[in-house]
Design a protein around this ligand. Structure first.
Ligand code: GTP
Ligand code: MG
Length: 222
């Protein structure tokens, strides 16, 4: 049965390859963790989920991007059309934290500057291998005025809570800012952006088809 939603939001996952973006989305949408056999994302994937937030039905489209460097130009094409950004680093990998800073600078340059952002340290289940200190993460988040949290896609700790907080802030912004509402009432992202390679175009259309299928079947989660 197709149900109408009160809100429809687009979110994008950003961050270095291997930080666990796909696993976080899979945990949130399907409540699964695929483990080390999990494959790197090529281009991007779409996932959708219908959720209830404070008695309102919310349709979410989550764009899971590829962290590999060769896809950065493709990823940039989606910045302007999202309500929320989830910027992920791996708490056991200092370099991924530095890469998160790069994404943030890039977002400042090419994004709409309207989207809500959250910085997320993943892999909290292996806290004993921590390389990014709480102090550094909190300091950076405060400097850049970012919401910040840590989670584990593997155990599921704090994943739903992180999404909930982000949705909450997007809903508040949506209700209070006409500029924010109007920004996203224009075209969908699928029709914008510079030319892309054939391989990327193929992946993109496959991702979109998958997304459409999921939208059609939408009954509850994903
Ligand atoms: P790209 O698609 O290449 O950008 O990577 P990604 O950020 O999507 O990472 P992905 O979700 O594919 O996860 C990379 C690896 O980290 C996989 O081997 C996962 O099993 C592992 N992983 C992801 N999340 C967690 C977590 O919370 N804890 C632990 N211990 N491992 C995780
Ligand atoms: Mg991935």
């Amino acid at each position: 049965m197709v149900t109408t939603s009160d809100y429809s939001f687009k979110l994008i996952m950003l961050g270095a390859s291997g930080v666990g973006k796909t696993c976080i989305v899979q945990r949130f949408c399907n409540d699964v963790f695929e483990g080390p056999a999990h494959k790197t994302t090529l281009g991007f994937d779409f996932l959708s989920k219908q959720t209830v937030h404070k008695d309102k039905r919310v349709d979410l489209e989550v764009w899971d991007t590829a962290g590999q460097e060769q896809y950065r130009a493709v990823t940039k094409m989606y910045y302007k059309d999202v309500h929320g950004v989830i910027l992920v680093y791996d708490i056991t990998d200092k370099e991924s934290f530095e890469t998160a800073k790069f994404w943030l600078d890039d977002l400042d340059m090419h994004g709409s500057k309207m989207e809500e952002r959250v910085l997320v340290g993943n892999k909290l289940d292996i806290n004993e291998r921590r390389a990014v200190t709480l102090y550094d993460a909190k300091k950076f988040a405060a400097e850049r005025k970012l919401e910040w949290s840590e989670c584990s896609a593997k155990s599921g700790d704090n994943v739903n809570e992180m999404f909930d907080k982000l949705i909450d802030r997007i809903v508040e912004r949506y209700k209070s800012s006409a500029e924010f509402r109007n920004l996203f009432s224009r075209s969908t992202v699928v029709s914008v952006g510079p030319p892309i390679s054939e391989a990327d175009a193929m992946h993109r259309s496959q991702g979109y088809k998958l997304h459409k299928e999921r939208i059609k079947k939408k009954s509850g989660c994903c």
